[in-house]
Design a protein around this ligand. Sequence first.
Ligand SMILES: Nc1ncnc2c1ncn2[C@@H]1O[C@H](COP(=O)(O)OP(=O)(O)O)[C@@H](O)[C@H]1O
Ligand SMILES: [Mg+2]
Length: 413
Amino acid sequence: MDDGLITPPAHEPTVAEPPSVDVVTDALRTVIDPELGSDVVTLGMIPSVEVAPDGAVTVGVKLTIGGCPMRAEIKRSIEDRISVHPGVASVKIDWGEMTPEERTAAMTTARWNARERAPETAIGERCRIVAVASGKGGVGKSSVTVNLAAGLAASGLAVGVLDADIWGFSVPRLLGVDQPLEAAEVDGRPRITPNRLPIGDGMIEVVSTGFLVEESTALMWRGLMLTKAVEQFLRDVAWGDLDYLLIDMPPGTGDVQMGLARLLPRTSLVVVTTPALAAQRVAQRAADMARRSFLPVVGVIENMSGFVCEHGEHHEVFGSGGGQALADAVGAPLLGSIPIEAALADGGDIGQPVILSSDGPAATALRAIVNRLRDEVVPMVPSTDGIDMAGCSARLLAAVETALSEADAQSAD
Ligand SMILES: Nc1ncnc2c1ncn2[C@@H]1O[C@H](COP(=O)(O)OP(=O)(O)O)[C@@H](O)[C@H]1O
Ligand SMILES: [Mg+2]
């Protein structure tokens, strides 16, 4: 009787060989210290790699500073990059701290690397980049992007929004901005000035092809110069000193994703899904996109997850579990679930992100996601011009930079 199961031949190995130390080390070369912008191997942060015959991998990691807030993120990246190898049974990290001499050497390396790398984009080194993606359109990707941006800005941060959905743009409408983009000379070359929108103590800077073409004619531009628009927005916009750049990706997986991975390999992906979507199919697409473009998926957001009626009762309209299923499939946390709420759609229609004006369940869910992104999943890299200089490596790096440039200036006199 055929029960549909395929039994592998007995001689075929069922357990993959553990990777060599070199293979693990190469995987670690793709783990970038979010503050120093170089990989952890190059920075001398990996004193040891051991692979046991049973596939247990132990990695020694020396942090620049023991209590570094980036520690959780570095741990997650290391585990992600190593555990994808089929022969790896477990990943253990032995934490250590650099000596002052090692730290100075790491800073010098980071500084040298930063100088060597030609500035690919106009986005500052410190800026955290989060691309919001989805398997298909209509799941609320743009609404989520502008609300996260507004929430981050409301907490006093400088947030860029790049609308990379070049033919299906909706960010200008959702943020209530419609001035055409202007260009100005900056440092001797023409740059696009982003539209600026002050929010509380913070600020949103936004660019979109919607500021260049009419919504009604946008589709006619398909295949023409607009394909270069995203590249231009990354290279030629006079962005300020951003804390975050949020990118509203076009739906699906295409050229824009690949271009982004090439231009901004430090981008983290957040995937938006609805509970209704056949989780397997969409999960597969998102995971494929991440694999092919080497961009890490750092979280999943479920949108339109049920409806909270005025009695506070939760009704599942589009099914349930899609967000968690996708999160499990891509190995990233479910950052939150946003219910269906008229206020969210209405806010979009009047260009007022609901997160700024409501205490309803959707705005509350969005605020919790903003906090989780900023404090845990993609932590902000502290600005170096503050007075509080104690803490993590970026500030140390800044201190080194300042000292060296002062020395440079003195020797030039
Ligand atoms: N949680 C929600 N509750 C109510 N309406 C929503 C919600 N999320 C999105 N919408 C609405 O659904 C539509 C599609 O959302 P949009 O953000 O444009 O999706 P996408 O960018 O994925 O195509 C918009 O009309 C938007 O107002
Ligand atoms: Mg959209």
